[in-house]
Ligand binder design. Structure first.
Ligand SMILES: C[S@@+](CC[C@H](N)C(=O)[O-])C[C@H]1O[C@@H](n2cnc3c(N)ncnc32)[C@H](O)[C@@H]1O
Length: 272
């Protein structure tokens, strides 16, 4: 694996930041939540489920409502605090997806909502998932489609490219959109001992009360995407914001709100 140390630190610091955690939970998650029904529909009734990269507990809450037994795991104290506030008495643990604190064959299912793309060593995390699942257990994960197929991601990244400083660059990291390619996904899964059974596209959207909130979603609600904005000089930030606000105002108004498509993919795999 390339050295993703700087990226790992960016992610860890980002998810522990209170403003980022609140923005993810309050704004970004309006889109993430829309993938939950497709993810849960893959599970067998009454499963013992690990909610990996559980964040603020949105998926854990839905799993509990559906009658599953749930353990949530995340490496961010700040996100775990939100999860514990949301589900008092819920079973939430601090831990790293690359080194899970569970015995082999501990779970019927592992579900990972929009988390895998943030992990530096994804092959290690996938191998850990296969290890803690019993044979035949299900692994379900979601990911965002990239700028080629997503209005929201295109709006953000194309305006950062056009109006941002070319000197602002991300540290080396795994390709954020690699799980949108079925062959790459199947290969990564297979190496870990998981067989890709099904991939389903979900029509998710960013809903916002103001066009500015679409900028906030990315700039303040995501470590890697936000770094590209936060590291810009003020005049470049203003130019990016103005261009996105104009595009959202002109193209994505729905009544008194704004709705920008951000389709996602849900993969369902089986442990060997
Ligand atoms: C995009 S949020 C997803 C939250 C929630 N699962 C959802 O679907 O909305 C990603 C979560 O992954 C967590 N995370 C990122 N890298 C992690 C790692 N290596 N180990 C455990 N959790 C990690 C972050 O702290 C954050 O809560």
């Amino acid at each position: 694996m390339t050295n993703f140390q700087e990226f790992a630190e960016l992610e860890r610091a980002g998810w522990n930041d209170e403003e980022l955690a609140q923005t993810y939970a309050g704004l970004f998650s309006r889109a993430s939540d829309l993938a939950i029904p497709a993810m849960l529909s893959a599970l067998r009734p009454g499963s013992r489920v690990l909610d990996l990269c559980c964040g603020h507990g949105n998926i854990s809450e839905a799993l509990l409502k559906d009658g599953h037994a749930v353990t949530g795991l995340d490496f961010s104290d700040t996100m775990l605090m939100l999860a514990r506030a949301r589900i008092p008495g819920g079973d939430f643990l601090k831990g790293d997806a690359q080194n899970l604190p569970f015995e082999d064959n501990s779970f019927d299912a592992v579900i990972c909502g929009f988390g895998m793309m943030h992990v530096p060593d994804q092959p290690a995390a996938l191998a850990e998932i296969a290890r803690v699942l019993h044979p035949g257990g299900e692994f379900v994960m979601s990911c965002w489609l990239g700028p080629d197929r997503s209005d929201a991601f295109r709006l953000y990244f194309s305006n950062v490219m056009t109006h941002g400083s070319p000197e602002v660059a991300l540290p080396p990291s795994p390709d954020f959109f690699q799980f949108t390619d079925p062959e790459t996904t199947a290969d990564l899964f297979e190496t870990a001992g998981l067989v890709l059974r099904k991939s389903e596209q979900v029509a998710s959207f960013f809903f916002s009360d103001t066009p500015e909130q679409i900028v906030e979603v990315f700039a303040k609600g995501a470590p890697r995407a936000g770094y590209l904005f936060r590291s810009q000089p003020k005049d470049r930030q203003n130019a990016i914001r103005t261009a996105i606000v104009e595009a959202v105002t002109d193209n994505y108004r729905e009544g008194v709100h704004f709705k920008v498509p951000a389709p996602s993919l849900v993969h369902v795999a089986e442990a060997l």
